[in-house]
Design a protein around this ligand. Structure first.
Ligand code: BGC
Length: 453
């Protein structure tokens, strides 16, 4: 038996690569600010990395929306169909989650839309609205160039999707065609929107200060309310003083802007993803990648002999085996307690881990999740400073924000440090943004098309 060595100091040192200094964070903010301006500007938009798409959602809900609406939510880990009844100060909502099998996520666009339409028709049958003609809001959480509220051209797939024949096409048309191919249900697609937009809308229904929508889930993105005069790409009807912008900030860094803080682990995740070179900021933050970043660091430290006595396990060495939910679980253990950590390590075939190993594993998790929270905070602070309003509520959704035990606090502290004097903010968990938001957008759109605004 060798002497028990304490490797924690060395692990801490190795994890320094995940630490963002305040100077680096300020630099990231200034670069993001530049990229946002490029996205908004007429001459710079075409080549800009952060696209700042105009959403064509012109009105926030006013709380008076009423009626029965359908919503679709595609783009996270699950695909959902919802039916929502908006009433006086309350709403009720029923939903069902449908799996999107891997072969559909990476198959043809036609198969994807047929699958969605089939789930929708089955859902309508189950909820006894099969014969009704209903309005539908479609939350589609990928970068869309919107040409109107019901027309959006897919720019690129992100996260786990790569269906053929959809990039460059109108997604609403794709869904309409699939519904028409079935010919059995009557649906009016009233709006297509991003999940960040849905989150903002859903919070704005109750909280009128809500002017930023944020997702830290499978992917990462934010939308915000911008003055129309700053949106040079806007070609819609004049008259509105503000527009909702979908930043698509997950692409930030695709031109190397973030290379000065990326690590070998980030490069590894990127090179082995289905979209190398794309969504660089997202890959440093979101749930699709966070667990893998942790795993890669654990593998390196194991090979260096700093963890598990130098002995890993088959699972540890397998790509994708360390789920992001493990990070949340491990960090949920109270200080000095390693109950969840031990469970995770056992699941990974690492039951030979000592308590020192567990402290090391936990430190890796904390380093990676803290960096993610700080990067998101840099983004939110950049938006808050740009908007320069005295008080803004940020509506937030997504599995990382929702389930990570410290993400909210990390963000509150960091953003407070980064915003200019006189700017106040609240971070508000959205109750099911992408679902309810989609129904609300459909409701507002219908209100407009019926002229009963
Ligand atoms: C997509 C965004 C989306 C975000 C969160 C990103 O990969 O490009 O449109 O809002 O994920 O779901």
């Amino acid at each position: 038996m060798g002497m028990a060595v304490n490797n924690l100091p060395q692990i801490r040192e190795e994890c320094e690569v995940f630490h963002l200094t305040d100077k680096q964070i300020r630099e990231i903010m200034s670069r993001l600010h530049n990229d946002l301006l490029k996205g908004l500007g007429k001459d710079s938009h075409a080549t800009s990395i952060v696209k700042c798409w105009i959403t064509y959602i012109q009105d926030l809900p006013n709380g008076k929306e009423r009626g029965k609406f359908l919503a679709l939510d595609l783009g996270g880990t699950n695909f959902r169909v919802l039916i929502i009844n908006l009433g006086e100060n309350h709403f009720d909502m029923q939903s069902k989650i449908y799996a999107i099998p891997n072969h559909i996520m990476t198959g043809t666009g036609v198969a994807l839309f047929d699958h969605i339409a089939e789930c929708l028709a089955n859902f309508m049958k189950e909820h006894n609205v099969y014969e009704e003609r209903l309005a539908l809001g479609f939350t589609f959480s990928f970068p869309l160039k919107q040409l109107g509220l019901t027309k959006g051209i897919l720019q690129r797939w992100t996260k786990g999707f790569s269906c053929s024949g959809v990039v460059g096409e109108d997604v609403v048309q794709g869904l309409k065609d699939a519904i028409a191919r079935r010919g059995d249900v009557q649906i009016d697609i009233c709006a297509i929107l991003n999940d960040t937009t849905g989150t903002l809308m859903s919070c704005a229904w109750k909280n009128h200060n809500c002017k930023i929508g944020l997702i830290v889930g499978t992917g990462s993105n934010a939308c915000y309310v911008e003055k129309t005069e700053n949106c040079e790409m806007f070609d819609g009807e004049p008259g509105k003083s503000e527009l909702l912008i979908n930043t698509e900030w997950g692409a930030f860094g695709d031109d190397g802007t973030l290379d000065f803080v990326r690590t070998e682990f980030d490069r590894d995740v990127d090179v082995n993803s289905i979209n190398p070179g794309k969504q660089i900021q997202e890959k440093m933050i979101s749930g699709m990648y966070m667990g893998e970043l942790v795993r890669l660091a654990l593998v390196k430290f194991t090979r260096m002999g700093l963890l598990f006595g130098g002995h890993g396990s088959d699972l540890l060495f397998e790509r994708g085996s360390f789920y992001t939910k493990y990070v949340s679980e491990i960090e949920s253990d109270k200080l000095g307690d390693y109950t969840s950590c031990m469970e995770v390590l056992e699941e990974l075939g690492l039951s030979h881990a000592t308590e020192a190993d567990m402290a090391g594993v936990r430190h890796v998790c904390e380093s990676v999740s803290r960096r993610a929270a700080h990067l998101v905070s840099a983004g939110i602070a950049t938006l808050l400073n740009k908007m320069a309003e005295p008080r803004v509520t940020v509506g937030i959704d997504g599995s990382v924000y929702r389930f990570h035990p410290h993400f909210h606090t990390l963000m509150c502290d960091k953003i407070a440090q980064l915003v200019g004097p006189g700017i106040h903010f609240d971070l508000m968990l959205s109750e099911d943004g992408s679902g309810r938001g989609a129904a609300l957008v459909a409701a507002v759109a219908c209100r407009q098309s019926l002229g009963v605004a």
